[in-house]
Design a protein around this ligand. Structure first.
Ligand code: HEC
Ligand code: HEC
Length: 417
């Protein structure tokens, strides 16, 4: 079952109300919304669960076909394959370990206070638990995505504006609104530490300490952050008791009646493509047109990259806006998501966002939505506390901080929670 944390019950209620409110707006635009289908008795549910369990414990090639629209080229959900490290930045233990230290080290930032881990905290599902944070190189602020399984994404950020982890790490480091690192200063600081000099020497034997090595080490470390120990993974590896009846019913809903596999498919539960779910706040002060800012293509207005759903219950609040909890999101999908209404002045606006045609009212009942939530909960990785590495001393090169600065999690962010 999904655990709803008691401490967030009030925001949860608000989020759900918001979800319902948006869903109600969608109702008005789509009057053909089907009534929720009737619920099942406990006996019917148990019988269905037995049947589905025996199907899903078998070879995924024999699973029932997912409900996706005809043009969708889909891949089955399942176990993650091994990560492919690029030829330009091959894996080594020394490099990944160096990257791990750099990821945790706030002394890479100009102010010496902000590290990657300040917003991608392993104990918060490698996100930050905040509604939104200031992302590298753009505004308005967006929800911090997890970096777990990021090796399986072909483009990075909600709008896909970076195409490699190396490019992404560089943007995060040097962007003035974020870590604001100065390349030469970073290299000088690191070179002041005998420990870092030794580690760079092991990771990049043919080079002196260079900024590009910093980026490559961080990217190499990020590619090691993968999931694969969720109860769903255990089920796929043959432990058919690791999913409850509700989770099995939810798995089947996810693949079929709830139509989720139109976009969340493949082992990482993402098609890597961009879709408009109606959350762009088009024409409002908090407008975020997503992919269009990157491509300039009108059809991309309001489109965002499909996120992974692995471990999604650890990374609430959800969506690029960070405005929702899981029940609110599921309510909205059930209503066919949000259909923005054109204001009179927008009547002939060719840039007005067009919601994905793959979203339709689903007619699921409360029991179904609970089962769907339960299945998403089975994608959660087991929790084990990740301790920060011991950071080496850095010589007092620039006259500012030295020694073991701890990452500071209190940087300015806009939080609505
Ligand atoms: C102030 C908070 C903050 C800090 C510090 C930060 N990030 Fe992020 N990160 C974000 C936000 C917010 C986004 C999403 C931005 C967007 O999509 O426009 C993001 C996106 C990402 C992504 C892409 C995830 C995806 O699903 O596409 C990666 C990878 C990433 N960050 C790695 C890093 C690394 C490496 C560092 C350190 C060099 C770092 N971040 C520092 C907030 C932060
Ligand atoms: C048309 C493609 C599409 C379909 C169909 C779809 N999703 Fe999504 N999903 C997305 C995109 C794109 C986002 C991010 C949207 C945004 O933030 O603006 C998303 C976000 C989410 C999130 C939030 C994840 C996070 O980390 O913030 C959840 C949970 C989710 N989807 C679950 C589902 C479920 C369950 C279904 C089936 C009922 C479903 N989705 C169907 C494309 C889709």
């Amino acid at each position: 079952m999904v655990r709803w944390p008691a401490a967030s019950m009030i925001p949860l209620a608000l989020q759900m109300a918001l979800g319902l409110q948006l869903a109600a707006a969608a109702d008005r635009a789509e009057p053909e919304k089907p009534a929720p289908r009737p619920g099942r008795s406990a006996v019917e549910r148990a019988a269905l669960a037995v049947r589905l369990r025996s199907i899903y414990r078998g070879d995924p090639k024999e699973w029932p076909k997912p409900h996706v629209d005809p043009e969708i080229v889909w891949q089955e959900i399942g176990l993650l394959p091994p990560v492919q490290h690029p030829k330009s930045n091959p894996f080594s233990h020394a490099k990944a370990e160096l990257g791990r230290m750099l990821f945790f080290d706030p002394r890479l930032s100009a102010g010496g206070k902000m590290a990657c881990v300040s917003c991608h905290e392993p104990n918060l599902g490698w996100a930050d638990g905040r509604s939104v944070s200031q992302p590298p190189g753009r505004s308005p602020p967006r929800n911090t995505p997890t970096i777990r399984n990021i090796a399986f994404q072909s483009s990075l950020f909600w709008d896909g504006r970076a195409t490699s982890l190396e490019e992404q790490a560089e943007q995060a480091l040097v962007n003035p609104s974020e870590m604001a690192a100065d390349r030469d200063q970073v290299v000088r600081r690191l070179a002041g530490s005998p420990t870092y000099r030794k580690q760079f020497g092991e990771a990049f034997p043919d080079r002196r300490i260079e900024f590009v090595s910093v980026i490559q080490a961080i990217a190499c470390f990020e590619r090691t952050i993968v999931s694969g120990r969720s109860r769903f993974d255990e089920f796929l590896r043959g432990d058919s008791s690791s999913l409850t009846d509700a989770e099995i019913l939810g798995l089947d809903l996810f693949r079929r009646e709830a139509r989720c596999m139109n976009c969340h498919h493949g082992p990482a539960f993402s098609d890597g493509r961009f879709h408009d779910l109606g959350l762009s706040f088009y024409g409002r002060s908090n407008e975020d047109v997503g992919r269009r800012d990157v491509t300039g293509v009108i059809e991309d207005t309001g489109r965002f990259r499909t996120p992974t759903l692995r471990d999604v219950t650890s990374t609430t609040p959800l969506m690029h806006t960070g405005m929702f909890q899981l029940p609110g999101v599921l309510n909205m999908y059930n209503a066919g998501m949000v259909t923005l209404k054109r204001q009179p002045y927008q009547r002939n606006d060719p840039r007005f966002p067009v919601k994905s045609p793959h979203l339709k009212p689903l007619g699921l009942n409360r029991q179904d939505l609970d089962d769907l939530a339960a299945f998403l909960g089975s994608l959660e990785e087991p929790k084990h506390r990740v301790l920060p590495p011991q950071l080496p001393d850095i010589g007092d090169e620039s006259g500012d901080e030295s020694g073991k600065a701890a990452p500071d999690n209190s940087m300015p962010v806009t939080a609505t929670q």
